[in-house]
Unconditional design. Structure first.
Length: 638
């Protein structure tokens, strides 16, 4: 009994296994009941809510999985943390400028998200960054106050400049960041035509580069930004037109996810030097936009690995403030207002993808017969005999022999020398050999190179109700790692090693890289499925970029979206619900007219009646079923 109690699996064991305390940033944990919880503070009171309670509430309301869950409390918390940490660093460091955060709309363009950032961020004068004409239209409508900044990046035509100039005339602080030399003449012409003085920024092409997926955002060959010679040309053009006072902002962007704080320090130091030179050239200046890069620790390792970061938010803010102040004071230049475009860190935590598991396939042997068939091929006999003589000393030799015999059996099957049943038996024997080797690897003093990782090759495939291409495009496109964890049953030990497959008909529709504190794991520990009981998984930190980048592979559309707010008493309010795409909506995106499609099907059903294949009543049932499916969810429905 004592041994059973000591070995009993607990929620804390699961927390350690999945690393939720490390990547959860204090927002996610597992309660003693074995359920994943969301933790936040409401009116100074710490509150937690079980994700299973949320799922239960949604299913009772008829909401089908998968669901993208937006947690507005966490979005608000991240905005507060960012602004408060910069305020603290500025105060502690004796810095004379202010902090002004802006959210890059491209990171998550959804109306619910932008509205909440604008609403909650107003007290911090949190602004918006627009990288296209459409995003500028959104920013102009959503910007909360004239104290909040609108930063205009990307390519800009005359119409783009006109709208930004009108915003300036209305009292908004709208900055045009010049990214290519050809933009300035257009801006100057439109400024003169409308009689509105612009606020101008220049994007610097830093020599500094950062590690990670987005390292090409910096360096001499970066896609955007101006060289030092081009910046001098712009200064001279502005001087010639008596417009140098309009140059008020210097901007750079090192990358979307900068894992190493040293890269941030180097970029700040280099940029500060450029800023002092612009002031000495006579530019009015006043704002230094350090772009994005504040990283999210997706794997919880707190390292400079591409999916992590080796610094805290406090260190990030302090290093920026101290780095700027040191250079600026050395050159006796007034401290500018600090601007950052921290998008990923603002919204990543606030979205969780929830879905159910539909089925499991296992790569494992079945019970073997007591003896082989009398007409068994010699290669089948040789494979069978390995099970009798294999031991720790000859394990590698047996592995190599098993591979050879299986290959020969497959080859002889192709030539008609081995039957289908005998081939299936050979595959089963081979799996048992591999299972026995895998089970005994831990007993070897030294694992041969050929056998390394063999224990991870015997994994299950958990087929789940979602699309990687629609909901996690970065996992497919750039091997981005997102934390994945069952949201319940954490008082049970997860005994199965698995990868995750989606419901697309594509071999890339899988997840086989998982967050780990020490390395990337190629399987995840999951529980056995129980009959007549749903098994729910959650993919966390998906709030940045994933929704808009998702595509319609296999015509699987947007998932259901639900936004909630956690209340002080531990309850939650469903603020907004957006139904996922119906089949009719999805096919309309690819140029089909749903009415025409339905009419074509009705005609085919009528032809079947005329040819005597179905009755009129059966036609009615079939057509009704077709039309109901057109109105239905594109994902698997229970």
């Amino acid at each position: 009994m004592a041994k059973d109690l000591l070995s009993k699996w607990t929620s804390n064991d699961s927390a350690n296994l999945y690393g939720i305390k490390e990547w959860g940033a204090g927002y996610f944990d597992i309660n003693p009941d074995g359920e994943v919880i969301v933790k936040t503070t409401v009116s100074g009171k710490k509150v937690e809510v079980s994700l299973m309670d949320i799922v239960s509430g949604l299913t009772q309301r008829g909401t089908q999985m998968p669901v993208l869950l937006r947690l507005e409390n966490l979005l608000d918390n991240q905005i507060s943390l960012l602004n408060n940490q910069f305020a603290k660093a500025i105060k502690d460091g004796g810095y004379q400028g202010n902090y002004r955060g802006v959210f890059p709309i491209k990171v998550n363009q959804q109306q619910q998200v932008i509205e909440e950032i604008a609403r909650f961020g107003e007290k911090y004068h949190h602004g918006l960054e627009a990288g296209s004409k459409a995003e500028l239209m959104v920013a102009l409508a959503m910007i909360p106050s004239t104290e909040s900044l609108i930063i205009c990046n990307g390519y800009k035509d005359a119409e783009f400049f006109d709208m930004g100039l009108y915003a300036t005339e209305m009292g908004y602080k709208c900055f045009f960041v010049i990214e290519t030399p050809s933009e300035l003449p257009i801006l100057m012409e439109r400024s003169k035509a409308l009689g509105i003085a612009p606020r101008i920024g220049v994007r610097l092409k830093l020599s500094s580069r950062a590690g990670g997926h987005w390292q090409d955002s910096g360096g001499d060959n970066s896609l955007f930004g101006l060289t030092t010679s081009e910046i001098i040309d712009i200064i001279d053009q502005l001087k010639a037109e008596d417009m140098l006072s309009s140059l008020q902002l210097l901007h750079y962007h090192l990358g979307s996810q900068i894992p190493n704080i040293r890269d941030i320090r180097n970029a700040v130091q280099e940029t500060a030097r450029f800023y002092t030179e612009l002031v000495q050239e006579g530019a009015q200046m006043g704002y230094l936009d350090l772009g994005g890069g504040l990283a999210v620790d997706y794997d919880g390792s707190q390292t400079n690995y591409v999916h992590s970061k080796n610094y805290t938010l406090g260190e990030y803010c302090t290093d920026i403030v101290e780095g700027l102040r040191t250079v600026l004071d050395e050159h006796e230049v007034a401290h500018p207002n600090i601007v950052t475009e921290s998008g990923r860190a603002t919204v990543a935590y606030a979205s969780v993808l929830l879905f159910n598991v539909l089925d499991v396939t296992r790569l494992e042997s079945r019970p073997l017969p007591e003896t082989l068939p009398e007409d068994a091929d010699e290669m089948l006999v040789n494979l069978w005999e390995i099970l009798g003589y294999m031991n720790l000393k000859n394990m590698q030799e047996c592995y190599n022999d098993a591979l050879y015999y299986r290959s020969e059996i497959r080859e002889r099957f192709k030539h008609g020398q081995v039957s289908l049943r005998h081939r299936a038996l050979g595959e089963n024997i081979f799996l048992q050999v591999i299972e026995e080797i895998s089970a005994n690897l831990g007993r070897l003093k030294r694992v041969p190179k050929e056998l390394e990782g063999l224990d991870q090759a015997l994994y299950d495939i958990y087929y789940c109700n979602f699309s990687v291409f629609q909901s996690l495009p970065d996992a497919w496109a750039i091997d981005q790692i997102f934390p994945i964890i069952p949201i319940h049953r954490h008082r049970e030990k997860p005994e199965r090693q698995a990868i995750i497959g989606d419901i697309t008909c594509d071999s890339d529709g899988k997840i086989d890289k998982f967050a780990d504190l020490h390395d990337v794991k190629h399987t995840i520990s999951l529980h056995e499925l129980k009959a007549h009981e749903e098994y729910y998984l959650g993919i966390f930190l998906v709030g940045a970029y994933q929704e808009t980048l998702g595509d319609l592979h296999n015509l699987l559309g947007d998932t259901n979206i639900v936004s909630i707010r956690i209340q002080e008493d531990g309850s939650f309010d469903i603020l907004r619900e957006i139904e996922g795409d119906s089949v009719a909506e999805v096919i309309s995106y690819v140029e089909y007219d749903p009415k025409d499609v339905q009419n074509q099907f009705r005609k085919k059903a009528e032809q079947a009646v005329r040819s005597g294949k179905i009755s009129v009543q059966r036609r009615k049932t079939i057509v009704e079923s077709y039309e109901s499916s057109m109105r239905g969810y594109t994902y698997f429905e229970r």
